[in-house]
Ligand binder design. Structure first.
Ligand code: MOS
Length: 743
């Protein structure tokens, strides 16, 4: 198992460096995918289905074609052939795509045609002229509309059921019991940058500007779809305006590529805001029943978490909402079970903390309800049921500074003064004030990643890996790791990422990217230093001669002897004397299977929330959030704090704002725009604080990094919901909590 890496004095690791791309972004110089306009570019616009299920009976292709500027209309009739069925999912992590393979409609918002024109306006008008007619069939829209089934697996491969101990016996023996059902809505992806692509073909070579969270994965899927070599596909994705799990290859992007094939010219296709509510995945709606039992002293005797989650009629992604109950609280008996329902909706998929986000608002609400039933403070109740080992697996945690998170968060928030009963606090304007808390957790995972490092004759360095910066700061944090591993400062380092011709950095998903790509970068950098050291210590003219390979350290562009700091030599001098233009090394990183076998690996946190509720109008405002998180080694506290802020604000959104409203007759999303699909704006979240709790993890990976992208949403949604109860005495179990549920 890996030893933690020592941070060198003067290293940029752990420094709150601002984003290296920040100036480019705020001055408009950052070129996002859709900002690329190759010569001869045409514009493509999707026509999408207005029904949930049935077939397209007719399209007025002639009317669209006749519109000035329209170059082509792509329908199932003339769509270029593919080498692979779009419903074939043999490429890992892939979903079925709707690429005009037939006239079937399987969800509202599904692409049914593409209009390609000289201008965006002409393409938009052409798409409107298609005037589709449908043969609609009755659609299943809600969790009660179809027969539930137990799927063979949930999430990305977990079993649908898990047991530990005897839940029925635990419930029967309990002094207190609760049995509560919570509902979470469909949530849609609203990243700042909608999905899009600029595609150019040159024979069988394909050049793409496209935001993606998985360069190599997307390349692999496209190669299979089009029957061309992966090396012939070049994807550039230097700036990504948010991904949150939605930006692996989506159907509309592949349609843009097909459109370019059809017309033999470069094509740009970008989704409208409304088109984001259909073909690019979403968070599935869930209904979760939680049954908890406790003994007289507040110790849990049983925890039963039963999930019903929606998936699509034609594909499988089952939101793993109950997984969180395997980890968070000690109970002698825990059972989880997930069933799915097939709806006439697009296939749900990954959305920030898939499973944990929806699962934790239910679990944390139930824990709060149980604490109240026991007459206990919610923090004391959680400490009473603190999991010293992971309850279902029985494994020790690789590290777990959750107690410290509880203590530091509670102190900062001022939790001590909280009255036990609800509806006890008012502010000076007479608004009801409530305080709630939630526990945050997310697994610390890794994928496989690769990187390349070069030390050049002039003493500078180059590190490259096909990493993805969705706005989280990967370009900056990974460059910090690269500079540290090479013993250079950031100004002496060229760092390249965001392109598919660089080494495969794995996916930017599952809060794995810094550990994975960073681990690879670190391995490549230290390997390059080891090679340089071999050259120096073998050369009698070097002051390092005879020091041995582990007897030197890289610092400030020099190799320095451990035992005698006065003996050192610059990279440039070593390479110059050896007559070498550069030294190159490759490195890779992946999860440590032995460590994963022995340890449960998770980041943890505690979130405390204050809300104010108008007693007459029921209007709710989250007024204060304090989160304390422990996630192993922190590479850049400024960027990490930003990740926590973003996650926590999304938690507020989950509890109070966000949710699709579906027309029960047609299944159509009735609020498919940012005017009516609510997300919190600045005025909705006045004060957010994130505390970085120190945690050293010697087991999780070489750098001790747990990942921070997703955990922030997990404790927060429940904390806000619990604060609403504490303010009002009303327990709302259907999210988002709305005014009408309070009055
Ligand atoms: Mo995330 S939902 O793994 O981008």
């Amino acid at each position: 198992m890996a030893e933690p890496q020592r941070i060198r004095h003067g290293s940029s690791l752990g420094q709150p460096i601002t984003r290296r791309d920040g100036v480019l972004k705020v001055t408009g110089q950052a070129r996002y995918a859709a900002d690329n306009h190759p010569p001869g570019l045409l514009h493509a616009v999707l026509a999408t289905s207005r029904i949930a299920r049935g077939r397209v009976a007719s399209l007025d292709v002639a009317a669209a074609r006749a519109h000035p500027g329209v170059v082509a209309v792509m329908t199932p009739e003339n769509r270029p052939p593919l080498a692979m069925d779009p419903d074939d999912k043999s490429v890992p992590f892939s979903f079925k795509l709707d690429l005009l393979q037939n006239d079937r409609v399987r969800y509202p918002g599904q692409p049914i045609a593409v209009v390609i024109a000289e201008t965006l306006e002409a393409a938009t008008e052409g798409a409107a002229l298609l005037a589709p007619r449908y043969e609609a069939e009755p659609a299943s829209v809600s969790l009660d509309d179809a027969e539930p089934f137990v799927p063979p697996m949930i999430g990305v491969g977990d079993p649908a059921e898990a047991h530990h101990g005897d839940v029925d016996a635990g419930l029967a023996a309990a002094a207190q019991r609760i049995d509560a059902t919570y509902e979470t809505p469909t949530q849609f992806h609203n990243a700042m940058e909608p999905h899009g692509v600029v595609a150019s073909w040159d024979g069988d070579r394909l050049s793409l500007d496209m935001p993606t969270q998985g360069l190599a994965m997307t390349q692999m899927r496209l190669a299979a779809l089009f029957g061309i070599p992966a090396e012939g596909i070049h994807i550039r994705s230097p700036f990504i305006g948010g991904g949150f799990g939605s930006k692996l290859l989506s159907g509309p992007q592949a349609l843009g590529i097909l459109a370019a094939r059809l017309v033999g010219r470069p094509v740009k296709l970008v989704l409208t805001r409304a088109q984001m509510y259909g073909p690019v995945s979403h968070r599935a709606p869930t209904r979760q029943r939680l049954r908890l039992g406790t003994a007289e002293d507040g110790a849990l005797t049983a925890l039963d978490h039963h999930v019903r989650a929606a998936t699509s009629r034609f594909d499988d992604f089952i939101e793993p909402s109950a997984s969180i109950s395997h980890t968070l609280y000690a109970a002698p008996a825990i059972a989880t079970r997930t069933e799915a329902v097939r709806l006439d909706a697009g296939t749900p998929g990954f959305m920030r903390a898939p499973g944990e986000a929806s699962g934790s608002i239910a679990l944390e609400s139930a824990i709060d309800e149980m604490a109240a039933a026991c007459g206990m403070d919610p923090l004391a109740f959680r400490l009473r049921n603190y999991a010293e080992v992971e309850p279902v697996s029985g494994k020790p945690f690789s590290s777990k500074a959750l107690r410290e998170c509880y203590a530091e968060g509670a102190a900062r928030f001022g939790w001590d003064g909280r009255p036990l009963a609800p509806r006890q606090m008012r502010d000076e304007q007479g608004l009801l004030v409530g305080w709630g808390m939630g526990t945050a957790t997310f697994p610390a995972m890794m994928f496989h990643g690769e990187a390349r490092a070069v030390i050049r004759r002039d003493g500078t360095g180059l590190v490259e890996t096909g990493a993805h910066d969705m706005g989280q700061g990967a370009w900056t944090a990974l460059a910090q790791i690269a500079a540290d591993s090479l013993g250079l400062n950031l100004a002496q380092l060229e760092f390249r990422s965001g392109s598919s011709d660089l080494p495969n950095a794995g996916l930017a998903g599952g809060s794995t990217h810094t550990a994975t790509a960073g681990g690879a970068v670190h391995a490549a950098g230290t390997q390059a230093i080891a090679r340089l050291t071999e050259v120096a210590v073998a050369d009698p003219r070097s002051p390092l001669f005879g020091a041995g390979n582990v007897g030197v350290v890289a610092r400030d562009g020099r190799l320095v002897r451990w035992d005698d700091e006065s003996r050192s030599e610059s990279f440039a001098d070593i390479l110059g004397r050896a007559g070498l233009p550069e030294i190159e090394a490759r490195g890779s990183a992946a999860g440590d299977a032995a460590a994963m076998e022995h340890y449960a690996m998770h980041a943890h946190g505690a979130v405390f929330a204050e809300v104010k509720v108008d007693p007459e109008l029921g209007q709710i405002r989250a007024t204060r959030l304090v989160g304390a998180f422990a996630a192993g080694r922190i590479i850049n506290p400024r960027l990490v704090r930003s990740q926590y802020y973003g996650g926590m604000i999304w938690g507020v959104s989950f509890a109070l704002h966000e949710g699709a409203v579906l027309d029960p007759r047609t299944g159509r999303v009735m609020n498919a725009d940012l005017a009516e699909y609510h997300v919190p704006v600045n005025a909705d979240v006045p004060s957010v604080e994130a505390i970085l709790v120190e945690e050293e993890d010697p087991h999780v990976n070489a750098l001790g990094i747990k990942g921070v992208g997703e955990i922030g949403i997990t404790g927060t949604a429940g904390a806000v919901a619990n604060a609403v109860w504490h303010a009002t005495g009303v327990r709302v179990r259907r999210f988002p909590i709305a005014i009408e549920q309070l009055i």
